[in-house]
Write a protein that binds this ligand. Structure first.
Ligand code: NAD
Length: 378
């Protein structure tokens, strides 16, 4: 099998999500990591490259050196796709440079800091005709994919309510502990994180999950955000009312300060005939509930699932799979797209989902600032 040549920007020693991306790329069996700019600090960058057995001449000092170095190589040796796993404020700058030079890109969320930047990436992706994936990781779970397919089949009847919740607690230890650590955490600094912490970091996943599974578009939001402490600039908690077309309503509740909560993302889509519920901390169970039938529980690796869900597990039934495999499924979908192979609808979130995410975050912040008014996602 011909593996794709993978590059990575960020994800050096001690980084959180870069490591998950590398593991996911290996699980997908479709990539070989050949080079990158792994750390903002060049010495640590080189140290990481050595640990990963990356050739020193492909451990680049910065993005300009990366692009120049790779373009100088013959096309069949050149890195074909680059994962961007740096803090938020760098995504746009790196993605733009890479797309302009015709590299395919796998980018972490939120895609950019502003809606305008997100729209500029759409323009560039279309102009350069590259593959661009946004790693809303949870869309890679087999049971989330099955949920999408079941909703598409109409099994729920008319959708009458949508609820998504993303509760974490880890920021508590930062804001109520050693105060000096607040500035050390980039997620709480608007310069690095953007206009929002809670909604930009995790509310955006809940939003994406809603649009991904239902295929519906949120039209308006009304938010009520809370930064908890006076010296915290960004939201750490919030509730967002949602309006879709045809008077459908829903809610996103998200928090980073619910003590004891870990990564409690869940979604429920309630219909006139039946409803579907899924929880990230128990990702291999999808519940179909109704008023007339006993509850049905779908699990991965069974032929009763949709083809899309069935194509999204690695091991046979009963071998629990989790977040690495979900991200691996996204990597697998990207590889198919780059190789021109046929894929399922929704194998990876795209640059258009990135624009939707930025519109969500900015509308939510605007709604809160304007006295909790309705704001359209324009
Ligand atoms: N999809 C998900 O579920 C998920 C989960 C966690 C994080 N994320 C996203 O991933 C991104 C990274 O988050 P993290 O928690 O891994 O951050 P992190 O702080 O743990 O790691 C960031 C890495 O980027 C490197 N870096 C910083 N500036 C750089 C530069 N100029 N050039 C090269 N490397 C540079 C750092 O040295 C570090 O290795 C964020 O945008 C975050 O929102 C997504």
């Amino acid at each position: 099998m011909k593996r794709l040549k993978l590059g990575m920007i960020g994800g050096g020693i001690g980084a959180f999500i870069g490591d998950a991306h590398r593991r996911a790329s290996r699980i997908s069996n479709e990539y070989t990591l050949l080079g990158g700019v792994f750390d903002v600090d060049y010495e640590r960058n080189k140290e990481f490259a050595q640990l990963e057995e990356i050739s020193p001449d492909r451990c680049y000092r910065d993005i300009d050196a990366f692009v120049a170095g790779e373009l100088a190589l013959p096309e069949d040796k050149r890195i074909e796709v680059v994962s961007i796993v740096t803090p938020n404020f760098l995504h746009y700058h790196f993605a733009k440079k890479l797309i302009e030079n015709s590299f395919n890109v796998i980018c972490e969320k939120p895609m950019t800091l502003t809606v305008e930047e997100a729209e500029e990436l759409v323009r560039l992706v279309e102009e350069k005709n590259v593959t661009f994936a946004l790693t809303h990781t949870y869309t890679g779970y087999p049971m989330v994919r099955h949920m999408k397919e079941l909703i598409k089949s109409g099994i729920l009847g008319t959708i009458q309510r949508v609820d998504a919740q993303y509760y974490q607690g880890w920021i508590n230890t930062l804001i109520h502990g050693n105060e000096s650590r607040i500035t050390g955490v980039w997620r709480l600094n608007p310069e690095y994180a953007g206009v929002s912490s809670c909604m930009g970091d995790i509310g955006i996943h809940a939003f994406n999950l809603i649009e991904y599974t239902t295929g519906l578009k949120v039209e308006k939001v009304l938010s009520d955000l809370n930064s908890i402490k006076d010296d915290v600039e960004l939201d750490l908690d919030g509730t967002v009312l949602l309006r879709f077309e045809d008077n459908l309503k829903g809610v996103i509740r998200a928090t980073q300060v619910a003590a004891g909560e870990e990564n409690n993302l869940n979604i429920a889509v309630y219909g006139s005939k039946a409803s579907l519920k899924w929880e990230q901390e128990n990702p291999n169970y999808l519940y179909l509930i109704s008023d007339t039938e006993p509850t049905k529980i779908y699990k991965p690796a069974h032929t009763y699932n949709s083809d899309f869900a069935e194509a999204s597990h690695v091991m046979p039934a009963g071998h629990p799979e989790g977040i690495y495999e979900a991200l691996g499924n996204i990597y697998k979908g990207v590889a198919k797209a780059i190789k021109g192979e046929e894929g399922f609808d929704g194998e990876f979130p795209t640059v258009y989902d990135g624009v939707r995410g930025m519109k969500f975050v900015h509308s939510v912040v605007k709604s809160n600032k304007s006295g909790n008014s309705w704001v359209e996602l324009k």
